[in-house]
Structures are given as C-alpha cells and as structure tokens.
Ligand binder design. Structure first.
Ligand SMILES: [Zn+2]
Length: 359
C-alpha cells in the first residue's frame, strides 16, 4: 500500500489523501483549504481520475460535511463513486438550497464499524465525536497493511462516548496513523475549550439573567451546539427559535432525538433572505411544513424575554425593525462575555471554538 498526502499537512483542513494498492487507488476527502477566498478557484489536487476517467480510481471517501473535507467535489467527475455518511449526504443537500452544499449521488454510505470492499481495499468507517454530524474516521486495509485516517475528531462534544469507544476498542494492527491534530491539549489545561456540558451551564445562566431576547450565533450544521442551545432553553424556560435553514438541517439528520420542528420549546423563524429563496425556488413546502411552529417578526417584541433566536448578521436590519432588542444579549461565544444591546446593533460575532482533550 502506498499513500500520498496531496494537501492538509501544513495547514488546517483542505485534506486530500490518495491511497494505492494492487494498481488501484482510492481518495480520502477533497477538501477546500480554509484560507481560500470566497470566490477563489482552487484547483483539484493532481490525482488521476478525479477529473478525467481513469478506471484505476475506484472511489472517493468523504469523511464528513465540513467544506475543508469535501469543498472541491464540484470539480470531481460524476463518474467517480462517492462514499459518504447517509445523514451527511442529506445535510449537504439541504445546505445546497440555503448556502454552500452539494447534491450527490453516492455509490454507498459509511456506517459505524461496517466494513465494505472496494477492489483490493477493505474500508471500515468509525463514527466520530465532531462538530459536524455524521463524521467518520476510516480504516483502510490492503496488501496486508492497515492505514487509519482519523479525519476530524474531538473528545468534548455531545458524542464523547463514541471517542471513548474508539479508545476502548481501537482498530488493531494499524501500520500508519494519519491523525488530525489542530488543537491538542491535556485534560484539565485551563486553556482548553469548554465541553458542551459546560457551555450548556453557561448558556442557562445567560438565558436566565437576560431580560430581553437572546441572539445566538452558531453554525446551523453544528448539531452538538443545537442540542446544547435547546437543552439550555428548556432548563431556563425559553423557546429556541431556529431559522428555516437550521430547522431544515436538523430535520435532515434523520435522528429522532435531535431537536427539530414539532419539539416543545422550539419555534421557526423565516428571515427575509430565506423567504426570498423559497419564493424564487417555488419550494413552498419548506414553509408550509413548519407552519404550526412558525413565529413572525411582529411577534418577537412581545415574546422577547421568552426567546433565544438563532441569529445571522444578515438578519440584523429586520430584527432591529421588529423592535425586539430592548434588554437583548448576544453572547460573543459560549465562553466569552456577552455583547450588549448597543453592540449587537453594530453587528456581532460569535465563535464556536473546539478543543480536543487527549489524555
Ligand atoms: Zn470538520
């Protein structure tokens, strides 16, 4: 077995790894570098068969739904068989309607610890704890050798149990480990990021001590953070208001335990930009499907103290027009200080930093 890392060794993300055995090849991820500008055209790595037909390329495995692992796939020939998580496939399809995503026709789906063969390769996915839902490491076996490609993983998310399982029952006999390592700290290090459980506690405090609406900024595709937000809302007696994009992604997980339209304490708001997207696409089912739990701009002021609104800066003008910001709070990040009402008016940012605890 031979391995060539095309991208991702001296940068975070942008991953692309080519694996060869018995004159056949597979590719792990075709990520878009994180430092690429929005409209920058990033060429595909020089891998035979990604763009033009080459029968020795047997498939492309996408580890998860972050762009730095799949973002160049629109340049890959449709003839290349793609293997990806089922939920990731659905999430990327939903995301393609609202922002950046992709509609694929996968040749197969990755499933936790279920091996499948691809020519001389045996591929075994391992579900990961990561901020992207449905993320996998993969064990590649061929030529009597074993390569374990971790992709992105963490230990402090909502699925920390799956990380513990990986430690308890790791793949055995691994010859080469390709391990993502962007943020490794010892457990207990005060500089380490907070766990989702710790963030949940902080949010409950913020939600209980804020007199007005809370504007919450986080990625719609960070399902761990959605769960954390929702749990904090329930425990502080507030309703979580998702925008239509976030509500659609939550539904696309296909997981009955993930908060979504139909859950108590959960409402859906359709920002102007998304109303236009629905109108132009004529996909009115997207709105009629959440009709029973929809909240309108004119309701925000009266219910402000009852709401945590999933917020994007593109919504600022309409939220200000709704005159619902008296006593509002926009936490600058789950661990950081809150932004005041006046600061929120000037636009605000939030981060969802992640740190892996590896001991
Ligand atoms: Zn990732």
């Amino acid at each position: 077995m031979r391995v060539r890392i095309h991208r991702g060794t001296h940068e975070i993300g942008g991953n692309c790894v080519e694996v060869e055995a018995a004159d056949s090849r597979i590719v792990l991820d075709v990520g878009r570098p994180l430092d690429a500008l929005r409209d920058e055209v990033v060429p595909l790595p020089d891998v035979a068969g990604l763009r033009a037909p080459d029968p020795s390329l047997l498939g492309l495995v996408i580890s998860h739904g972050h762009q730095d692992h799949w973002g160049l796939i629109d340049q890959v020939s449709r003839n290349v068989p793609v293997y990806i998580g089922d939920a990731t496939h659905r999430i990327l399809k939903e995301a393609a309607f609202f922002s950046s995503g992709v509609t694929l026709d996968p040749a197969g789906f990755l499933r936790h610890r279920e091996s499948f063969a691809l020519g001389p390769f045996t591929i075994t996915p391992f579900l990961n704890d990561h901020s992207a839902f449905d993320t996998y490491s993969v064990l590649i076996e061929a030529d009597g050798r074993r390569l374990f490609y971790s992709a992105d993983l963490q230990a402090h998310g909502r699925k920390s149990g799956i990380f513990e399982e990986l430690l308890r029952k790791p793949p055995t006999g691994v010859d080469v480990l390709l391990l993502e390592g962007t943020n490794l700290r010892q457990e207990g290090d005060p500089k380490s990021g907070k766990t989702e459980q710790e963030i949940e506690k902080d949010l409950i405090h913020t939600f209980k001590t804020t007199s007005g609406i809370v504007l919450a900024m986080y990625s719609a595709q960070n399902i761990d953070r959605l769960v954390t937000m929702f749990r904090a809302c329930v425990q502080s007696g507030r309703h979580l208001v998702l925008d239509l994009y976030a509500a659609s992604i939550a539904a696309a997980t296909g997981n009955p335990n993930i908060p979504k339209a139909g859950f108590d304490n959960l409402l859906v708001y359709v920002p102007l930009r998304q109303r236009i997207q629905v109108k132009e696409s004529l996909e009115f089912d997207r709105v009629s499907g959440i009709k029973a739990v929809r909240i309108f701009p004119e309701e925000l002021a009266a219910r402000a103290q009852d709401l945590v609104l999933s917020f994007r800066t593109s919504m600022m003008v309409e939220i200000e027009s709704a005159e619902c910001l008296s006593g509002a709070c926009a936490p600058s990040g789950p661990c950081g200080p809150a932004i005041s009402n006046s600061q929120a008016r000037n636009g605000c940012s939030a981060s969802s930093s992640g740190t892996a605890f590896l001991s």
